[in-house]
Ligand binder design. Structure first.
Ligand SMILES: [Zn+2]
Ligand SMILES: [Zn+2]
Length: 423
């Protein structure tokens, strides 16, 4: 018996994007590319999978992502690999390998893979846009990166979102702060959620952004890292704030904003859509990761970047009722009931002239081809029957709006379509 258990369905937690919804994806990508390139960022492609150590070292063993969610596998040569769970570590690995000149400003668009419980806006394969800027430790670069993300969101029409901002300090001031926090939390250990009672030592910072009420009330009066920054970290943060003010980028301080990955230092930020439910409202975020290049075997090189989840971003656009992209209509649809030569040649001619043209196949009837022309959304139908073939003309029939069918000499068709389409 044939095995018919092959369900013709995408794997759980993944999704297909079909036309015309894909038109929005194209517009998101094109808008992101042009805005980042206008700011001096160049596109970079890296492999979908990497040596698993890139993520273990780059993201940290204690993180949820590496511990529980990564798609790890052994290839046929026995190599330990993982599908990328995020965009930054592979970009930094590529930087360490190729050592491009500094500053290195790069953008990417990539799928990312995490074995999470599927839910709205959260997928096992989701898609990210991001930038990484390596070299300068200048806080004005932090301002540039944050402002680029903010400007991109606004270019889509989004307005109902907040930028949360914090500093994670650095290797000088964070250890002392962690001790203070540890002390504070140890005194309240029995008030914490069960997960954090157990995992308090592994990553005390994560208790700060725990969403459970128990942890939240236990950390309400916890010491904040911004109040314990060393002088250089405080000056850096102050310059970032000054820059965002100067550019008119609004923000809120949030001392609970600690990102899950070990490599973050100093500036950290997150954009949250107020139009989405609180548990699922992050539309992008990032921060500075001055230690990451070294962790991955490169020379000490500061860096900062952000990532944006495309699926979540489009949900936020839907929630705000913005960024409804409609596909550009066809200019012409060629209807040929005289054997097919005209459809073949005229369609090619229109396309070579830069016009958007389509046609029917399989020698269908006039009625069927006209139906296809209507369905296509084209502005005009170009009709060629035996009369037109003999006369060397083409009938141009408007499909939308008013106007009468006219007969145009074959040599003037491109011009006529251009006129009808206003192009
Ligand atoms: Zn907790
Ligand atoms: Zn510091």
């Amino acid at each position: 018996m044939p095995d018919d258990s092959l369900a013709a369905r995408a794997p759980s937690g993944t999704h297909d994007v079909l036309y015309p919804e894909s038109t929005r994806w194209e517009a998101v990508l094109a808008g992101f590319a042009s805005q980042m390139e206008a700011a001096g960022y160049g596109m970079v492609h890296t492999p979908i999978f990497e040596d698993v150590k890139v993520f273990r070292r780059g993201i940290g063993e204690a993180s949820e992502v590496v511990g529980k969610e990564m798609y790890e596998f052994e290839d046929r040569g026995g190599r330990a690999l993982a599908l990328r769970p995020e965009g930054t570590a592979p970009m930094v690995r590529a930087f360490v390998q190729h050592r491009p000149p500094l500053p290195w400003k790069a953008w990417y668009a990539t799928p990312a893979f995490r074995y999470e419980r599927p839910q709205a806006g959260r997928y096992r394969q989701h898609h990210q846009l991001g930038v990484e800027a390596l070299g300068p430790s200048d806080p004005d670069l932090d301002v540039e990166v944050v402002a680029l993300a903010d400007g991109f969101f606004r270019s889509l029409g989004l307005a109902d979102f907040v930028l949360r901002l914090n500093s994670m300090g650095d290797g000088v001031c964070r250890p002392d702060y962690l001790e203070l926090l540890q002390e504070h939390l140890a005194e309240r250990r029995d008030q914490l959620c069960p997960e954090h009672q157990e995992r308090l030592e592994a990553n005390p910072l994560r208790v700060l952004d725990c969403k459970r009420a128990a942890c939240r009330s236990a950390t309400d009066d916890a010491p904040a890292l911004v109040d314990h920054l060393c002088d250089p970290c405080r000056a850096h943060f102050q310059r970032v704030v000054t820059g965002l003010d100067a550019l008119g980028v609004g923000y809120q301080f949030d001392h609970r904003l600690v990102r899950g990955f070990d490599y973050y230092t100093r500036t950290t930020f997150e954009f949250a859509s107020a139009a989405l439910e609180a548990a699922q409202n992050g539309i992008g975020g990032g921060g500075r990761y001055d230690g990451l290049v070294e962790m991955l075997g490169g020379p000490p090189t500061p860096g900062i970047g952000f990532g944006i989840g495309i699926e979540r971003l489009l949900l936020a656009c839907d929630a705000e009722g913005v960024f409804a992209v409609t596909p550009a209509p066809l200019d012409a649809f060629v209807v040929d009931v005289a054997g097919g030569d005209a459809a073949r040649d005229l369609t090619a001619e229109l396309r070579r002239a830069g016009l958007r043209a389509d046609r029917a196949f399989d020698g269908r009837s006039l009625k069927s081809q006209m139906k296809a022309a209507d369905r296509s959304g084209a502005r005009v139908a170009l009709i060629v029957g035996s009369d037109e073939t003999v006369a060397g003309t083409v009938a141009v029939r408007p499909l939308r709006g008013s106007g009468d069918q006219i007969s145009v000499p074959r040599a003037r068709v491109v011009e006529a379509v251009r006129e009808a389409a206003g192009r």
